[in-house]
Ligand binder design. Structure first.
Ligand code: ATP
Length: 610
């Protein structure tokens, strides 16, 4: 699928880039929402600024004509009007400088606001999406690009504004030329057209090349990362892999350089030729204007005005064309940005969600539940039928990949069943308020997050509304044995954890688990799910953690996933999963007596401990 995508990207042509400009109105709507007043101010200032070049040139013309007129009279007398004109020109120059500064200030402030505004919108939207959407590679690429382009969008903002401003300036100047001599416009087009065509041709080439190089560029980034990073240093050193990585980097980057050089050289040679044509056009026009001045058809003031307008128009047009590449490139990235916002979650509340039952009276019932992951042909869970009763402790066992984690994710509605249904107190889980459902479930995943935040925040993550409730945080920590750990840290509960930030302390795998388990105690959940959270704890710690767990969750429902039978046997009932299906269900004693799969796995582990 990746290959197809890369090929599709290579084909993006000049026309398509032009088409991407259709994203701009929606983009500016967002900018407007970020701060309407600043946007309106910016537009007004730019409009005034756009008129200044024309006004300056025209005042210049009036001044020169006046000077010529006065000096022709040979009386050398001062002319009141002349000084007014000079003062106007001076005022215009001052205004222009002031406007430039004000516009660039507004641009940068708006850029900051807009980038904050969109970052928040991206996070809000991402938070509302389904877990399986995050697991889809295409979606993930889109999210990544939407996120990474924040800076790009800020640049795009000021570039589009400048582009429009320059086009307005050009409109003023072109109107001047048209009034004096329409032929000059034609000459201008002839002078610029070859450069324009050349520019777009080479832009296409460079763009296609750069898109085509995307996979290699990603590989280069990856090599650069594993070649020099704190996370990889240990293994790269021990396996002496640096030579191998550097050689691969050299080969790839060399090829890159050669491809890019070929286009750059061609572009430069043709560019010189087109610039020559442009200058020819300009001097052609100049000769024409001088000629008309000598014959008296134009005044000297008009000569300077027209020559100045022509020169400015030429350089503005060149600038606008060059900028078009960057603008359209930015507009293409907006596709990803807007497509990301078009994605809607499939798991959401019904129109009239039911309040979550408190207390739960009949429990959770799985009715022939089956689940397939997105893009997967295999059933991760199938034909699951059982009830988790109030106050019951249920353990899930089974080999790696048997479907244990999938089952608990279905319970928490991180996914909805592909077939069958899950009932809570006799009503489909989908009918309940999603937020309330998640509030009543405390779940600690196998791959729980190690927040690079303080010890206290790591625990409060289980119920962030209580982040200032020190007593509750400490009580939760005591229950999961994390409290002893906090005593040993230099800053106790205020200790920064992890290596990412200054003064952070890294914990061992088991220590992180104790911190994570404390999160489950932070909320008064009716169902607590622990998905192998004790795998890294030593035997004594695990025993203590579960001893407390059973005490603390008395009267509550709990689901435990563990590969250790010493833990599993504490549960009221055990479900043995095999390739997604229920192989056996019953208490530890019942299952041992049955002499089936559970008994076999149990004795295997018992042998290991002998
Ligand atoms: N996010 C996912 N996308 C696609 N397939 C997945 C995903 N997560 C798990 N699977 C597949 O679903 C099956 C069940 O996985 P699950 O994580 O539920 O197993 P498990 O019993 O918890 O395994 P373990 O003991 O290794 O944690 C596996 O075959 C796995 O490859």
């Amino acid at each position: 699928m990746k290959k197809e995508r890369v090929r599709a990207q290579q084909k993006i042509s000049f026309k398509e880039r032009l088409g991407a400009l259709k994203n701009l109105p929606a983009f500016f709507k967002l900018v407007w929402q970020a701060n309407p007043a600043m946007m309106a101010g910016n537009i007004a200032l730019r409009f005034i600024k756009a008129a200044i070049p024309f006004l300056l040139l025209y005042t210049g013309k009036l001044i020169i004509d006046k000077v010529v007129h006065i000096s022709g009279r040979h009386d050398g007398g001062a002319e009141y009007n002349l000084w007014v004109l000079v003062a106007i020109e001076f005022g215009l120059a001052l205004l222009s400088d002031g406007l430039t500064r004000a516009i660039s200030l507004l641009d940068s402030l708006m850029g900051d606001l807009f980038s904050n505004h969109t970052s928040v919108r991206i996070m809000q939207h991402a938070a509302a999406l389904d877990l399986d959407q995050f697991e889809d590679a295409l979606f993930y690429d889109k999210l990544e690009r939407a996120r990474q382009q924040t800076v790009g969008r800020t640049v795009l903002l000021s570039q589009v504004m400048s582009q429009v401003q320059d086009l307005i300036t050009m409109g003023f100047l072109a109107a001047g030329l048209l009034v004096f001599n329409p032929w000059l416009i034609l000459l201008l087009i002839v002078a610029i057209l070859p450069a324009f065509l050349g520019e777009s041709y080479f832009n296409d080439q460079t763009y296609a090349l750069s898109r085509g190089q995307t996979p290699q560029r990603r590989e280069l980034d990856y090599l650069r990362y594993i070649g020099a990073s704190d996370e990889t240093a240990k293994e790269i050193k021990m396996f002496s892999l640096s030579g191998f990585i550097i050689n691969r980097f050299k080969t790839l980057s060399e090829k890159f350089y050669i491809d890019n050089k070929r286009i750059a050289v061609k572009r430069s040679i043709w560019g010189t030729f087109f610039a020559l044509l442009g200058s020819l056009g300009y001097y052609g026009a100049y000769v024409f204007i001088i000629e008309r001045t000598i014959t008296g058809a134009l005044t000297i003031g008009e000569l300077t005005f027209l020559a100045g307008s022509f020169r400015q128009l030429k350089s503005l047009l060149e600038g606008v064309l060059a900028r078009f590449t960057t603008v359209s490139q930015g507009a293409i990235y907006l596709n990803d940005f807007f497509e990301f916002f078009d994605i809607q979650p499939k798991i959401h509340n019904t129109n009239k969600p039911r309040p979550f039952p408190n207390p739960i009276l009949r429990g959770f019932t799985f009715e022939n539940v089956g689940f397939k992951y997105l893009h997967s042909e295999r059933w991760a869970n199938r034909h699951l039928s059982f009830t988790l009763h109030p106050a019951e402790k249920l353990a899930l066992v089974g080999e790696n990949g048997a479907g244990k984690s999938t089952l608990v994710k279905l319970l928490a509605r991180l996914y909805d069943p592909t077939e069958g249904r899950i009932l809570l107190d006799g009503v489909d889980l989908k009918e309940y308020d999603l937020t309330e459902l998640r509030q009543h479930i405390g779940i600690i995943f196998q791959d729980f997050l190690r927040y690079q935040m303080t010890f206290s925040q790591n625990i409060a993550a289980g119920n962030i509304d209580q982040q200032d409730n020190e007593a509750q945080i400490k009580a939760s920590a005591r229950q999961s044995l994390a409290d002893e750990l906090a005593q040993k840290l230099p800053r106790g509960y205020k200790q920064m954890l992890g290596k990412r930030f200054a003064e952070g302390v890294e914990l061992s795998g088991g220590e992180w688990q104790k911190v994570a388990i404390a999160r489950a105690y932070m909320r008064d959940a009716q169902l607590i799910i622990l998905d192998e959270p004790t795998s890294a704890l030593d035997a004594r710690a695990e025993f203590q953690v579960f001893e407390r767990f059973t005490d603390l969750t008395k009267g509550k429902m709990a689901v435990l996933i563990s590969h250790r039978f010493s833990t599993v046997r504490m549960a009221d009932r055990i479900i043995v999963l095999d390739r997604g299906q229920i192989a056996e269900i019953g208490s530890h004693e019942e299952l041992l007596a049955r002499g089936g799969r559970y008994a076999e796995l149990f004795s295997l582990q018992a042998m290991g401990y002998q």
